[in-house]
Ligand binder design. Structure first.
Ligand code: SF4
Length: 421
C-alpha cells in the first residue's frame, strides 16, 4: 500500500501567531524570536488556516505544497526558530494535538457575567495602587505644568474637585484594605503644608503595612519634616526647569535631610533636549542614585516625544515579553489595572483621563472595583481595543497603552504606524 505523502504542520503551544492584511507575525515566547511574513500567496493561505480556531494550531500540508520551495523555505524558518515542525501523516493518521496559547485567570474582569456571587470578589485580586490627591490648587509647579496631572501622578492645579480631602474618608477606605498586602499608596498634594491633617495622615500611614510614596515638588520637600516618614515610605521629588541658583541650594538641603529618613528618588520633568541635558548635569553634580525622567507634553513638543519616547520595531523585539506578559497585555491594561485615583472631594477615577466612577463618600472598595468592571473602560484598554493598534500585528508585543497616549489621543507612540496611515 502506498503511504500517505501529506504532512501535519504543527505550531508549538508557546508560539503566538497574528495576522493583519497579509502581514503575519510569529512570536516564540520561549526563545523570544520573531518571524514576520509579509506576502500574499501560498504562505498566507497556510497562515490563515493556522489561525482558524477549529484547526487548533495544526493543519494538513499536501504533497503539492511541500513540493513548493516557497512553502518549504517558510517551514524551514519556522523549524530554525523552534516555532513549529512537520510530522508525516503516514506516522499518524490522527491529527496531533497542540494547545493554542490562551490565558487562564483566577479572576476575570467581568466576574458577574460569569455568574459569580458578589461575595466572591476579593479586593486583593484586583487592587495594586491608590493615589490620593489631598488638595488641589494653584501652586508654582501646577501653574508651570498644568496638564502634567493627566500624564503621570502629579499634583492637580484645578480647584474643580474641592480643596481638602477628609482624612476620615482616607482612613475608612484603607481600613477596608488591610487584606491587600502589596498595596502601594501615592500621596499627592498641591500644598501639603496647607492640608490640615498632614501630620496625622503621615502618622496613620506609618501604622499600616502599605508602601507609601509621597510626591513632592522641590520647594514642598524643603518644607516637609521627613523625620515622621515611616520605614515603608519613599519620597519622589519633582525637579523642573528652569532651575535657578536658589533651587540648587534647596536641592542641597533636601538631599542632605531627606536621604537620612526616607528612600528618595528624583523625578525630572523633561520637555526638551535642553531640559534633558540640565537634568543629566544635576544627576552628575549630586551623584544621584535614584532618578527618573518624566517627559512632559506641553502641546508643542511632539518632536521631542517622537525622538525620545516613540518606540521602534527594535524596541518591540528587544522588550521580549514572556507568555505571562502577553496574556496580561491581551486581557487588560497593565498600566491601569488595579489602580484608582481619589480626588480631594472623593471623586474616583481608574484613569484620570476617563470619566469618574463615583464618589468615595458613597462607595466602599467593592463598589469601586465593580464600578470599573461594569462601566469603566480603563482597566480593559488593551492595544487590541484602540486604533490604529487594533489592526497592527505588534499589538500583543507593544507596551500597554500609556496615560500620555490617552491624554494626547494618539495611540501609535511608535515609528511603525505612521500618522497618514
Ligand atoms: S501601531 Fe500600536 S500596536 Fe502597532 S507598533 Fe504602534 S503602538 Fe504598537
Amino acid at each position: 500500500m502506498k503511504s500517505d505523502p501529506d504532512y501535519w504542520l504543527c505550531l508549538e503551544p508557546f508560539v503566538h501567531l497574528t495576522e493583519q492584511n497579509g502581514h503575519a507575525l510569529f512570536y516564540n515566547t520561549l526563545n523570544r524570536k520573531i518571524l514576520e511574513y509579509n506576502q500574499s500567496g501560498v504562505v498566507s493561505t497556510i497562515v490563515r488556516k493556522l489561525l482558524e480556531v477549529s484547526n487548533g494550531n495544526v493543519i494538513r500540508i499536501s504533497k503539492g505544497e511541500t513540493d513548493n520551495p516557497v512553502v518549504m523555505k517558510f517551514i524551514a524558518q519556522l523549524r530554525k526558530l523552534h516555532m513549529g515542525d512537520l510530522l508525516p501523516v503516514a506516522l499518524s493518521q490522527i491529527k496531533p494535538v497542540s494547545l493554542v496559547p490562551q490565558p487562564a485567570f483566577k479572576q476575570r474582569l467581568k466576574p458577574y457575567e460569569e455568574g459569580l456571587e458578589r461575595s466572591g470578589l476579593k479586593p486583593e485580586n484586583f487592587l495594586h495602587e491608590i493615589t490620593f490627591h489631598l488638595n488641589a490648587g494653584k501652586s508654582p509647579l501646577t501653574l508651570d505644568f498644568p496638564t502634567a496631572f493627566f500624564q503621570f501622578p502629579f499634583p492637580f492645579g484645578d480647584e474643580l474637585y474641592g480643596k481638602n480631602m477628609d482624612l476620615l474618608m482616607v482612613k475608612r477606605l484603607l481600613s477596608e484594605l488591610t487584606v491587600v498586602s502589596a498595596l502601594a499608596i501615592n500621596i499627592c498634594s498641591s500644598d501639603p503644608a496647607g492640608w490640615q491633617d498632614w501630620d496625622e495622615l503621615v502618622l496613620y500611614l506609618n501604622t499600616t503595612k502599605f508602601h507609601v510614596k509621597y510626591h513632592l515638588s522641590l520647594p514642598q520637600a524643603d518644607q516637609i519634616n521627613f523625620d515622621n516618614f515611616g520605614k515603608n515610605s519613599s519620597t519622589a521629588i519633582f525637579v523642573s526647569f528652569p532651575f535657578y541658583m536658589e533651587n540648587l541650594n534647596t536641592m542641597e538641603k533636601v538631599e542632605g535631610r531627606a536621604k537620612k529618613n526616607t528612600k528618595v528618588e528624583y523625578t525630572f520633568i523633561i520637555s526638551d533636549m535642553a531640559d534633558l541635558e540640565k537634568a543629566q548635569q544635576l544627576i552628575a553634580h549630586f551623584n544621584l542614585r535614584n532618578w527618573f525622567f518624566k517627559p512632559y507634553f506641553n502641546g508643542t513638543n511632539l518632536g521631542f516625544f517622537k525622538e525620545n519616547v516613540y518606540i521602534t520595531t527594535n524596541d518591540i523585539a528587544g522588550s521580549k515579553p514572556d507568555q505571562k506578559q502577553i496574556f496580561s497585555r491581551i486581557t487588560f491594561n497593565e498600566n491601569d489595572f488595579g489602580k484608582f485615583t481619589i480626588m480631594p472631594d472623593g471623586t474616583i477615577f481608574a484613569n484620570v483621563n476617563d470619566p469618574a466612577l463615583g464618589n468615595l463618600s458613597r462607595m466602599g472598595v467593592i463598589e469601586m472595583i465593580e464600578a470599573e468592571m461594569n462601566t469603566g473602560k480603563s482597566w480593559e484598554r488593551t492595544r487590541q481595543r484602540v486604533s490604529p493598534c487594533s489592526s497592527c500585528v505588534y499589538n500583543f508585543l507593544c507596551p500597554p497603552v500609556s496615560r500620555y497616549e490617552i491624554f494626547m489621543k494618539r495611540y501609535n507612540f511608535c515609528h511603525i504606524y505612521k500618522e497618514e496611515q
